[in-house]
Unconditional design. Structure first.
Length: 93
């Protein structure tokens, strides 16, 4: 699957950083990602695993990395938040 060259990530309406998306698994023919994603849901890891089992092949998992060193600070803060809370960020596209 293809993704835009750069995606702006937002959390609670505030821009966190610009990232590059890489296909991580799941549905191999997902809908096209937009140039911006709002992380509007959070879930504990175990809860997320249950949903993945239920959703099956309809889910696509993307991994993100910062587009540049300049974007790395915002990305690191976002990542630290999710790791400290043992959660994942969810965005519906």
């Amino acid at each position: 699957p293809k993704a835009p060259a750069s995606i702006s990530l937002f959390k609670l309406g505030e821009k966190c950083c610009d990232v590059v998306a890489t296909f991580g698994g799941g549905c191999a023919e997902p809908e096209t990602l937009s140039n911006s994603l709002e992380i509007d849901q959070r879930a504990k890891l175990d809860h997320c695993r249950e949903h993945l089992k239920f959703a099956g092949d309809t889910v696509t998992i993307w991994t993100f990395s910062p587009t540049s060193k300049k974007q790395a600070k915002g990305f690191a803060a976002l990542k630290s938040y999710f790791v400290s809370k043992q959660r994942v960020g969810l965005a519906e596209s």
